[in-house]
Design a protein around this ligand. Sequence first.
Ligand code: DLL
Length: 435
Amino acid sequence: MIWSPKYETMPRPELEKLQLERLKTLVARVYEKVPFYRQAFQQKGITPDSIKSLADLSKLPFTSKQDFRDNYPLGLLAVPMDQVCRVHASSGTTGKPVVAPYTANDLRMWTEVMARTLTSAGVTKDDVMQNSYGYGLFTGGLGFHYGGERVGATVIPTSTGNTKRQLMLIQDIGTSVLTCTPSYTLILAEGAKEIGLDLRTTKLRLAVCGAEPWSEQMRADIEARLPIKAMDIYGLTEIVGPGVSVECEQRCGLHIFEDNFLPEVVNPQTGEPLPYGQRGELVFTTLTKEAQPVIRFRTRDITTLTAEPCKCGRTLVRMAKVTGRTDDMLKIRGVNVFPSQIESILLQVEGVEPQYLIIVDRERHLDDLEVWVEVSEDVFSDEMKRMEALKKKVKDELESTLGIGVKVRLVEPKSIARTEGKAKRVVDKREMGLK
Ligand code: DLL
């Protein structure tokens, strides 16, 4: 089903016309209302009149995470404070959080894109949707909550954590859809096993997962452990929260709600826009946001875009699943390594669990990569020889793909700490000042 056929299946020429109109209005607005943008435009010799076609987008300056920090908390606001009806913020693990203010219209738009998102993922009014994204400053909880209510589903606002209670509600209320991070689905699967609950006896059928990178291998693993189809949803605080893009039933990339969020992919080094099909950094301009519109935000997420028609009927551009960020790339002895590569390799080896930790250290001026991975119960209780063979297999697979030496440590089931929010899978001791 398509929630808003008008916008989701609009012929592309018409959509592009709408985007251009909205872009012109946006540029004029931020030029007038936000000193930060006016200055940035002036530095590039741009006025609102410089935007005559969508291609002129590339003349506009970028906005970075640092710009949000420099203007903390509300220096990028484009409306008077009395028009702001809600404020969210990112978790801010790396410094000050990013503050996300919304006007009443922004909240309406967000609810609408979340209704489109959930519908595209397969949620209907007949579903019972257990929302295990964190409620609070994080955009996940309330974003999904209002979207779920808008499509008419029954929403259970559990928020994260308290796995036992989550499992109880799945059984007692008849939850059919889980909305949570991909890593939390695995915590639920483990919890169910511990209490002897066979999730196949429940009504669970679908999960709408996002907020962290997860590989196709991780998806296969999740779908093998739980009786669900796991759909990918993407979003970020700076742009709106969840609801920027989502998969449809074809699962061949995530449709971007382009009437609201104008995407580009650029070369992360030079900032040069790249054509469809080329991998680079995703950049977004918000076309309809009132409180804190954003011009050309550098997401640091790496993907490709395609405008090829999709069988689902949506005309919206699709982005490939995000599996890495420009800033999660580890440079190990000069070699680029993405955590997602390690995840994909590990999950193809029989006998290991989808729980791992990547530890980067520096020993006598040399970078050292160590991967801890949990083994399954039966392997762990088996003879030493089998453990040794498994360790060698994991090491060989990692080394042959990454092209560098890797230390592997097989650890006991459930020994790697689980996180209920976004999974933390890399410990870089080089950055932590421990070396
Ligand atoms: O994570 C919003 C969200 C909530 C999205 C719930 C989906 C579901 P932030 O905390 O600002 O916002 O984190 C945004 O998370 O730039 C990506 O690096 C990453 N991310 C989000 N969704 C995905 C995904 C929310 N489906 C940052 N795949 C983004 C890969 C994702 N990475």
